[in-house]
Design a protein around this ligand. Sequence first.
Ligand SMILES: [Zn+2]
Ligand SMILES: [Zn+2]
Length: 97
Amino acid sequence: MNEKTCRVCGTPFKGRANRLYCSPACKWQAFAQRHRRNGVDAHPLPVVACGQCGQDFQPKNSRAHFCSNRCRQAAYRARRLEWQRRTLGRRPTTKGK
Ligand SMILES: [Zn+2]
Ligand SMILES: [Zn+2]
């Protein structure tokens, strides 16, 4: 363990040789700064409309279709309900009532 100095805030800290920052917060800040310097947005994906509420949002990855967990869950529930309705409707019980 070596005495090191945080590259972001300058706070001395002890850590492994490969550690450059005193805390996850400083690590994140350094990451964000690097992206800004490169002229790359931290969220380079285009804004898309939420599949549930229709609101524009910035997806965190290319497979995100919903603006929030709530919308994702609501869409999932709606899809499951739909599926249940369809399968139950298509296969009416033949054994009478
Ligand atoms: Zn720091
Ligand atoms: Zn939404």
